[in-house]
Design a binder for this molecule. Structure first.
Ligand code: ZN
Length: 101
C-alpha cells in the first residue's frame, strides 16, 4: 500500500526545498454550461503569478534557511510556464504523450 506524502513532506524526505508559485485559473464555460474550462488567459502568456513573481517557501521543512532563501532567489529567475508548457508538464507527470495533429 502506498501512503500519500504531500509535496512538502516529499521535499523534506529528499533533503530539498519546497518552493511554490503560480496558479491556473478556471472559469465557468462562456457557452453558459455549468462546467469548468481553462481561462483563456492561461494560453500564450506565462501563468499568473500567485505572489507577484516571488516564489514562496514558508512551508519548506528543510531547516536550512540560508540555502532555502538562495534557492528562492534562483527560482525568481526561472520563467513561469505558459499554457502549452503546462500541458507538457501535466502530460509528463501523468505519463501521457502529447502530440499535435
Ligand atoms: Zn527549504
Amino acid at each position: 500500500m502506498t501512503t500519500f506524502m504531500t509535496p512538502i513532506a516529499q521535499a523534506e524526505a529528499q533533503g530539498t526545498h519546497y518552493i511554490e508559485e503560480a496558479r491556473v485559473y478556471l472559469m465557468r464555460d462562456l457557452d453558459g454550461a455549468d462546467r469548468w474550462v481553462i481561462d483563456p488567459t492561461t494560453f500564450g502568456d506565462a501563468l499568473f503569478s500567485e505572489y507577484d513573481y516571488e516564489p514562496q517557501n514558508p512551508e519548506c521543512l528543510c531547516g536550512r534557511p540560508d540555502d532555502c532563501a538562495a534557492t528562492v532567489e534562483r527560482m525568481k529567475a526561472i520563467d513561469l510556464p505558459n499554457g502549452e508548457e503546462l500541458l507538457q508538464m501535466l502530460a509528463d507527470a501523468l505519463g501521457y504523450t502529447v502530440s499535435k495533429p
